[in-house]
Design a protein around this ligand. Sequence first.
Ligand SMILES: [Zn+2]
Length: 467
Amino acid sequence: MPIYEKLMGNPFVDAGVCAICEWLGGHPQPNEITVEDLQEVVQQVVPLYCESEYRTQIRFIFPNSTLTQHSKIQKGIQSLNEELKSEWFHQLCKVTDLGDTGDCMGCGRRSADFHLKKTEVPLTGSGSLRNFFPLFAEGVGYCAACALAIQLAPLGFVRSGGKFLALHSNSWKAISYWTRTCIEDVISRGSRNEFTGFFDPKESKAQNALFYMVRKMIEYEKARSDGNITMQVYSFSNDNRKAELDLYHLPARVFNFLRYAHRAQYAKNWYLIVRSGYRRQTKKGFQNIDSDKTNPTEIYQKSTNLVYNNLLEDKSIRGFFIDKLARKTRSNWELFSLYLQEVRTMEQTRVEKIKQVGNLISECIQESKDDKRLKQLERAKSYGECRNILRYVIRERIQQGAPEPLFSIDDYMEYLFPASDNLNLTPWRETRDLLLFRIYEQLHSWLQEHGYVEYEEENTSDADDAS
Ligand SMILES: [Zn+2]
């Protein structure tokens, strides 16, 4: 039996096991890790943890650990190094292979050798406060192998806004790519004698840091982008004064869509869409910051991004694909339709039908040599109003001698305005925005040439309406 396996289930243990594999160059699989491998990792990582910046940061992961105790630090780095090594080797000596059952909280397949507390496992209770623990014991039972893995987990943590992000996923590959991004950076800085702490993408919002990591993970995947990856990201601080935890969930359909969005042919458009989502918190609420093209990068790194937040909260981001004031789109129909199908799980036939109707309305507007109908469609405030405008377009098309109807009654019922359980929530705004997208895409140049575009600057509504 091996010492570890992939995805044993405890987020901190899995992160630690992955950190061990990646520290060893990604060569061993978890079930191939040997005691000698662990010895090698301990010998190399202990001196790193003893560096000043790492010690400062470890205070927020393992408070009161040897590395943070003033009296021990005062004895000098060499002594600190030896003390930590002896602690970790003490755990290492007790490491055994996985069994069938056991009471370890990390693997459930070995017996618990240690009772660990907040100092050794983030977000666990404090020792004497027994009500934090099952069975009123002082701490939670972990086996030596899991205890050691947890000590190494910070190598795969991402720093953001004074907290740490840890990933758990259904995919071992996903955890590997995430951890590799962190460890390659730690090792590369170490080789230049820059011991500045755990990986920091300089994104102070956890959500933005998460999407930064997704981009890195997709780069690692390269052509082998298969499999459904879901991500749970824990943003936490295990500070002595207060422990904090936020949980973010990225569904597989969003990850799949981002794989497309980061491809060379869409990357530029996706960048524009993401940029339009940045908002700065002011006394008056969120303010769009993308209108000022001279903003330095740091402003974005500190700002909330509504595109990212909406994707994590399962809210629509269709509004960010469109610049309504400038009457133009930020991407082509292809990327937009990928978003609608992958993330919003919209049927392809519905997407195609709306595109087709959008084309016909565009032709009708161009033929009429007037943007009146477009203006009306943009300003529609109710389902009834929206229907009326479409009725005007139908009439106009008949006058223009169009050979085919705008849509059939079946198209109308099934694809344009499908029935909803709640009549007040007929998704007419969604359909209207999709039509506007297609009309802007088809007619932006024509609208510009005829003086129907007054604004060129960016402006996007903060969120899409639910209805
Ligand atoms: Zn265990």
